[in-house]
Ligand binder design. Structure first.
Ligand SMILES: Cc1cc2nc3c(=O)[nH]c(=O)nc-3n(C[C@H](O)[C@H](O)[C@H](O)COP(=O)(O)O)c2cc1C
Length: 167
């Protein structure tokens, strides 16, 4: 039984691709689930949960995650679990709500479960994001629309960090 589950919600496929890359970086030692069709029973056994969502509207959570989050938050038993969050956004077109999907997930789950995977707000260009608190992102922010050339390095660094924080 693998210990890591990657749960993603995507509208155009970007977040799914990132979820698959994260699985590779964990050497396949993680299972992947699309939140549009997952059940709590399927993900309950995993100790480490990596949640990925794109941002829509103006700082809103991706639609499938938006539907699933109330159930996930209220029905999961988070005892002894650890969560990490990654969020996608577009820092040019949505510069004042960049990758705020991270904030929405963090805000809902923070009081219920240990969340790791914060990163320094260095190397990003945007105006504002609720997902940055005291100079730190509450999870990994990625921008496949403008900063795709940064993605691989950001992912590799983050996964190395998670390998230390998932203990
Ligand atoms: C209607 C719409 C609204 C969006 N709103 C935001 C936003 O508020 N903030 C942001 O950072 N990105 C926003 N984006 C950009 C997406 O989050 C970004 O393109 C992401 O890579 C899409 O990932 P997906 O293909 O997994 O859904 C928006 C995109 C669309 C189409």
């Amino acid at each position: 039984m693998k210990k890591i589950a990657i749960l993603y919600g995507t509208s155009g496929g970007n977040t799914e691709s990132i979820a698959e890359r994260i699985q590779e970086l964990f050497d396949g030692e993680a299972d992947i689930f699309d939140v549009s069709s997952v059940s709590i029973d399927e993900v309950q056994p995993y100790k480490y949960l990596i949640l990925g969502a794109s941002t829509t509207g103006m700082g809103d959570l991706q639609d499938d995650w938006d539907s699933f989050l109330p159930t996930f938050s209220s029905k999961m038993d988070f005892t002894d679990k650890t969560v990490a969050i990654f969020g996608l956004g577009d820092s040019a077109s949505f510069s004042s709500s960049f990758a705020e999907s991270i904030f929405v997930l963090h805000d809902e789950l923070n009081s219920k479960v240990k969340i790791v995977g914060e990163i320094p707000d260095e190397g990003y260009t945007y105006d504002d994001s609720s997902a940055v608190v005291d100079g730190k992102w509450l999870g990994l922010a990625l921008d496949e629309d403008n900063e795709y050339d940064e993605t691989e390095e950001r992912l590799e660094k983050w996964v190395e960090q998670l390998k230390e924080e998932f203990v």
